[in-house]
Design a protein around this ligand. Structure first.
Ligand code: G16
Length: 543
């Protein structure tokens, strides 16, 4: 029997979060769990009959087995073609590019991003639409609705396909094309940044360390940085993707990319350091002795993007997620371009990019991207930085000092309280919500509240509305505290507390962030009663 209609019943907990569905791998491997969700995606997007899909993932444990199931289901649901990255690998930005390049109808990306991988760790799956971007809220809502009433899924009976073999294969009537995951992406990068300039930089002895964190960016970074741009072999470390990311946590921040941070702050540090995450969409930038916050990186790229060929005509505008610091706003204002504030989640940038309102986007969660794809793009950000370093001839620390001198410095930190009891997290958020109306003008600790609200977003392109997108409290003097619950965790609730303090005094632009954020942090803890409610007296991770 080549096709099977398998009876099923809805499975609870298949509501997509900030970026698709993320669960413990063991949950995804439960009988019918993956199949139910894939069928719900297909049903939620109006079926895949006659459609072409791009499929690939970050190579984590279960990536290959899940792809075999998805291919058989795509076949049984009538898809005509699936384009799959060799070995089942595609970085998230490369998948986004491939969807656009091949004018596919959409794609399925298998990744839990920066979360650890392995049988006891995390897995994820998300659907990207024909523009290459993450499904909008309207689409994810439809998918979720389908998960609640699913009665059958369709799957073809077939042998596993060898995902390592490039070329065209057949699964019954469906064509499967296995492609080099790197080639098209690398070719796109050549059209955006000045490869000759960057090659000359490396020829001149410029040194760099790129930590691929045993994740999907390894092959991309080896090919682009070492093979095409001539960076010495060894520039890319941890460049071989592994199903459990070398037992690491592929999250490019100062905590999880500690090896790189130590190297960049030690003796004989390279000129430039960078890291990327599990699926290659996040990035961390660090100069010799100079860590750059993701918010500052967005501001710096906004200020200097015109130095790269892809942006030489200037930027249409810039967008940032609400919790991201307001550094980019200050640069945008000085450039006279639009600046948009969206909820957390790359899916909210898609409409702005498609409508040509913005060219660059960024988030505090180590994401930066541009209109070249519809996802954030880790390696692209690194290449744009390299282009800027090559053009200006200045080290990272000097570029940052110049930026702060011109626009002021938004000191910034995110404090994560992980695996908090979900009820307690809700009590805290509800308590804050209840206080919002009367906060303006009140004195909290050493600060006075200027404004407080719960962020809601009205999409300027399609008029859709998103409410409940985080509580923000602005203080007089340029301080701000934002509270949100993460939508990407797989265990308990993660409270994110985002702290920001603007400083424009030229004498106070090189202070320690923790010193500058002390008052905002104290006020945030008083306001939220976080310690008493959650029983946590310190965050688990500060980035
Ligand atoms: C995803 C989204 C990002 C978001 C991040 C953090 O990133 O694509 O837009 O900023 O999650 O979300 P949260 O604060 O809800 O955990 P990634 O890299 O995990 O796909």
């Amino acid at each position: 029997m080549p096709m099977q209609n398998v009876r099923t019943t809805p499975i609870d907990g298949q509501k997509p979060g900030t970026s698709g569905l993320r669960k413990k791998t063991a949950v995804f491997r439960r009988p019918r769990f993956l199949e139910n969700y894939v069928q719900s995606i297909f049903d939620g997007i109006g079926g895949v009959e006659g459609k072409t899909l791009v499929i690939g993932g970050d190579g984590r444990f279960f990536n290959d087995a899940a792809i075999q199931i998805i291919l058989r289901m795509a076949c049984a649901n009538g898809a005509v073609k699936c384009i799959v990255g060799q070995g089942g690998l595609l970085s998230t930005p490369a998948a986004s590019h491939l969807i656009r390049l091949r004018e596919a109808d959409g794609g399925l990306i298998l990744s839990a991003s920066h979360n650890p991988g392995g049988p006891d760790a995390d897995f994820g799956l998300k659907y990207n639409g024909p523009n290459g971007g993450p499904a909008t809220e309207a689409v994810t809502d439809k998918i979720f609705e389908c998960t609640k009433s699913l009665a059958l899924y369709k799957i073809a009976a077939a042998e596993d396909l060898d995902l390592g073999q490039l070329g065209t294969h057949k699964l019954q009537d469906m064509v499967i094309e296995i492609v080099d995951p790197v080639a098209d992406y690398a070719a796109l990068m050549e059209t955006i940044v000045d490869f000759a300039k960057i090659r000359a930089l490396f020829e001149g002895g410029f040194t760099m360390c790129f930590d691929a964190m045993h994740a999907v960016t390894g092959p991309y970074a080896h090919a682009v940085l070492e093979d095409m741009l001539g960076a010495p072999k060894g520039t890319v470390i941890n460049g071989q993707p592994s199903p459990d990311f070398g037992k690491g946590h592929p999250d490019p921040n100062p905590i999880w990319a500690k090896t790189l941070m130590d190297k960049m702050h030690g003796a004989n540090a390279p000129d430039f350091g960078a890291a990327s995450d599990g699926d290659g969409d996040r990035n961390m930038i660090v100069g010799r002795g100079a860590y750059v916050t993701p918010s500052d990186s967005l501001a710096l790229l906004t200020a200097h993007a015109h130095l790269a060929p892809g942006y030489k005509g200037g930027l249409a505008g810039v967008a940032r997620s609400m919790p991201t610091s307001r550094a980019a706003d200050r640069v945008a204002e000085s450039l006279g371009i639009g600046c948009y504030e969206t909820p957390t989640g790359w899916k909210f940038f898609g409409n702005l990019l498609d409508a040509g309102k913005v060219t660059l986007c960024g988030e505090e969660s180590a994401g930066t991207g541009s209109d070249h794809v519809r996802e954030k793009d880790g390696l692209w950000a690194v290449l744009l930085w390299l282009n800027i370093l090559a053009e200006t001839g200045k080290p990272v620390s000097e570029l940052m000092a110049d930026l702060w001198k011109a626009h002021g410095r938004c000191y910034y930190a995110r404090h994560d309280y992980e695996d908090v009891d979900g009820d307690k997290a809700s009590v805290m958020m509800d308590g804050l919500r209840a206080k919002l109306g009367g906060l303006a003008g009140s004195r909290i600790g050493a600060l006075t509240v200027e404004a407080a609200d719960e962020f809601a977003y009205l999409d300027p392109v399609d008029g859709s509305q998103s409410t409940g997108q985080g509580i923000r409290v602005a203080f007089e003097g340029g301080g701000r505290a934002v509270f949100r619950l993460s939508g990407t965790g797989t265990q308990g609730a993660t409270i994110r507390l985002y702290l920001e303090q603007l400083e424009t005094d030229p004498a106070r632009l090189q202070e320690a962030p923790e010193t500058m954020l002390k008052q905002v942090r104290a006020a945030a803890l008083i306001l939220s009663d976080l310690v008493a409610i959650t029983g946590r007296d310190a965050p688990d991770v500060i980035t």
